[in-house]
Design a protein around this ligand. Structure first.
Ligand code: HEC
Ligand code: HEC
Length: 364
C-alpha cells in the first residue's frame, strides 16, 4: 500500500467552505440582526454549489459524479454490508456516502433558491427583489425552514457515516478530506492537485466577500428595488391632487369602501365624485387592498387592524402608530413634513406604495 492523492484541492476547498456556509447560515438564521451575514452565506452556498456542479463534470477522477453515480438501492445494500462488516472499501465515495452527497447538493440548492425568494418577498432585496410580494415570500419561508432542517438531518447522517466508515476500515476519513490522501494499492493512479483552479475558486470567494461587505457598508451603495404594485391613472387623478394618492394596499378593502361611500364628507372636503367614477375607483382599490399582503406594510397593517374595526386613516391603524410613535415632534413639525399623512416626505417609495426599510429618510 502507498499513500496517494484522491481528493483534489478544489474539491476539498469546496467541501469545507460548503460545510462552513451551511453551519454559519444555520447559526445566523434566527435573528434579523444577522440577516446580512445569513443572506451572504446563502449566496455563497449557491455559488459553491454551482462550482461543484461544474467540477462534478470537469474535475479529477473521484470528484466526478460519474465515479459515484449509485442508485438508492446500491446505497442501501452498502449500508447492509457495512452493518454486517462485509462492506468493500472504496477509494472515492462509497454507494451510501454518495447518496448523502447528492442529497446535500440538492437540498443546498433548494434551501438557497428558496432563501432568495424569501429575501426578495420579505425584504424586497437581493436577486429576487420585485419578483414576488410579501405574503408569498412569507409562505416560502416555511418551506425554506423545513428544507434547512432536512439538510441538517442529512448532515448528521453524513457525519455518522463518516465515523462508521472510518472505524470499520481503520482509516481517518476526515483527515483525508484535509490533506486529500488515502492509502491505496501500488497500481492505483493518483489524481492531479489542480491547484490553479483552487486558487481561482478562493479568489472568487474572497472577491465576493469583499464586494458584499463593502457594498452593504456604504449606505449610498444600497440599491432599492421594490415590488411594482398595480397602478391606476384614475386613482392618481382623483385622489392625488390634495395629497399623494395613498396606495390601496395601505388599508383593508372595507376601509376604502367606507371612505368612498362618505366622499362628500372627506375630512372636511366634498370630493364631488359621481357614481360611475366611484365604482371605478372601488374596482381598483378593493382587489389591491391590504388583504393581498403584497408588501410588508400591507400585510402588517392588515394584521394589526381588528376584524371589527374600519379605520378611515392609515395613520390610525395600530401598525402605523407602532412604527411612528418614536419620531420626535420636531420632525413632524418640519416645514418639509407638516402632516403625518405626508408620507413621501420620509418614504422615498411612498408613491409606488412600497414603504420598504431601505427607502426611509427623515428630511434633514
Ligand atoms: C379635495 C382634496 C382631497 C381629495 C381630492 C382627496 N382627499 Fe383624501 N384627504 C384630504 C384631506 C384634507 C385629508 C386629511 C389630511 C390630514 O389629516 O393631514 C385627507 C386624508 C385622506 C386619508 C387619510 C390619511 C391618513 O391620515 O392616514 C385617506 C386614506 C385619503 N384621504 C384617501 C383619499 C382617496 C382614496 C381619495 C380619492 C378618492 C382622496 N383621498 C382624495 C383631502 C382630499
Ligand atoms: C416624519 C417622517 C415620516 C412620515 C411623514 C411617515 N413616516 Fe413612515 N416611517 C418613518 C420612519 C422613521 C420609520 C421607521 C420606524 C422604525 O422602523 O422604527 C417609518 C416606518 C414606516 C413603515 C414600516 C416600514 C418597515 O418596514 O419597517 C411603514 C409601513 C410606514 N412608515 C408607512 C407610512 C405611511 C403610510 C405614511 C403616511 C401616511 C408614513 N409612513 C409617514 C417616518 C415617516
Amino acid at each position: 500500500m502507498k499513500s496517494i492523492l484522491v481528493w483534489d484541492l478544489p474539491l476539498r476547498l469546496f467541501h469545507w467552505l460548503f460545510a462552513a456556509s451551511f453551519v454559519g447560515a444555520w447559526l445566523t438564521a434566527e435573528s434579523d440582526e444577522w440577516l446580512s451575514l445569513h443572506t451572504f452565506l446563502g449566496y455563497l452556498m449557491l455559488g459553491l454549489i454551482a462550482f461543484r456542479l461544474v467540477w462534478g463534470l470537469a474535475g479529477s477522477r473521484y470528484a466526478r459524479f460519474s465515479s459515484f453515480l449509485y442508485g438508492p438501492r446500491a446505497g442501501l445494500d452498502y449500508l447492509r454490508q457495512t452493518l454486517s462488516g462485509t462492506a468493500k472499501r472504496h477509494l472515492g465515495h462509497n454507494p451510501a456516502g454518495s447518496q448523502a452527497i447528492f442529497l446535500l447538493l440538492g437540498l443546498g440548492l433548494l434551501v438557497g433558491l428558496s432563501g432568495l425568494f424569501v429575501q426578495g418577498g420579505e425584504e424586497q432585496r437581493g436577486a429576487a427583489a420585485g419578483v414576488i410580494g410579501y405574503a408569498l415570500g412569507k409562505a416560502i419561508k416555511e418551506g425554506h425552514e423545513v428544507l434547512a432542517e432536512l439538510m441538517l438531518l442529512v448532515v448528521f447522517a453524513h457525519l455518522a457515516g463518516v465515523a462508521l466508515e472510518s472505524w470499520l476500515h481503520r482509516e481517518n476519513l476526515p483527515r483525508a478530506m484535509v490533506n486529500g490522501r488515502k492509502e491505496a494499492e501500488p497500481d492505483a493512479p493518483a489524481v492531479r492537485s489542480h491547484t490553479l483552479v483552487a486558487v481561482l475558486l478562493l479568489l472568487a470567494v474572497a472577491a465576493f466577500t469583499a464586494w458584499w461587505f463593502q457594498y452593504r457598508g456604504s449606505e449610498t451603495g444600497v440599491a432599492f428595488i421594490g415590488k411594482k404594485l398595480p397602478e391606476s391613472a384614475l386613482w392618481q387623478e382623483e385622489c392625488g391632487s390634495c395629497h399623494q394618492a395613498f396606495h390601496p394596499s395601505l388599508l383593508p378593502a372595507r376601509s376604502w369602501k367606507s371612505l368612498l361611500a362618505q366622499q362628500d364628507r372627506h375630512f372636511g372636503d366634498d370630493l364631488g365624485l359621481d357614481a360611475a367614477t366611484l365604482a371605478q375607483l372601488l374596482a381598483f382599490a378593493e382587489p389591491n387592498a391590504a388583504e393581498q399582503g403584497e408588501t410588508e406594510a400591507a400585510w402588517k397593517i392588515n394584521r394589526s387592524v381588528p376584524a371589527n374595526a374600519t379605520p378611515l386613516r392609515i395613520t390610525e391603524t395600530p401598525y402605523w402608530i407602532k412604527k411612528h410613535h418614536e419620531i420626535a415632534a420636531a420632525d413632524w413639525n418640519k416645514a418639509t413634513v407638516k402632516s403625518k399623512a405626508n408620507c413621501p416626505a420620509c418614504h422615498l417609495d411612498a408613491e409606488a406604495g412600497g414603504y420598504e426599510d431601505a427607502a426611509i429618510r427623515i428630511p434633514g
